[in-house]
Ligand binder design. Structure first.
Ligand SMILES: [Zn+2]
Length: 155
């Protein structure tokens, strides 16, 4: 589909639709670049998720002035546990997670992360863990890196 710009999965086929979207209140997160004008280097802060059609309670109350993308990472930053894996990969910082209480899952492989593939994770704190139920939570935007220290590598 031809598009003028997008914010996450939200696509704006015409400049009119795009400009109307930009009239909504902007994300307050400094460094936010969730909106891109397709085919250019031009970016804008995302729009506050409260102003869009998201369900009440999609994200925590403190994130109401953030866009959907920033709210997601803000909430992930508060959800740190032993199964959170943050690795550097091709210049990106990527967050994965698994259930540290049950790293080896017996559920059908098709229900597990990466189709049940086995991963060995070497944590900086000395733990080495194998899991067959790892989930990728995608690349962390650079302006959130201060909240997500690299803590592991795959071996
Ligand atoms: Zn944002």
């Amino acid at each position: 589909m031809k598009s003028y710009g997008h914010e996450g999965g939200r696509v704006f086929p015409t400049k009119e639709q795009f400009d109307k979207h930009l009239e909504l209140p902007a994300c307050k997160r400094e460094g936010c670049q969730e909106i891109t004008v397709d085919g250019t280097d031009i970016t804008y802060p995302g729009r506050q998720w409260k102003a869009l059609n998201y369900r009440e309670g999609s994200h925590s109350k403190e994130t109401e002035e953030y866009c959907f993308g920033c709210a997601f990472w803000f909430d992930r930053a508060k959800d740190m546990h032993d199964g959170v894996v943050i690795v550097e990969k091709n210049g990106e910082r990527v967050r994965y997670s698994f259930d540290a209480g049950m790293p080896i899952s017996k559920s059908p492989a098709s229900c597990r992360g990466f189709g049940g593939a086995m991963w060995t994770i070497q944590f900086k704190d000395g733990r080495e863990v194998q899991t067959n139920n790892l989930w990728c939570q995608s690349a962390i935007p650079e302006h959130f890196w201060d909240m997500f220290e690299v803590n592991a590598r795959f071996v």
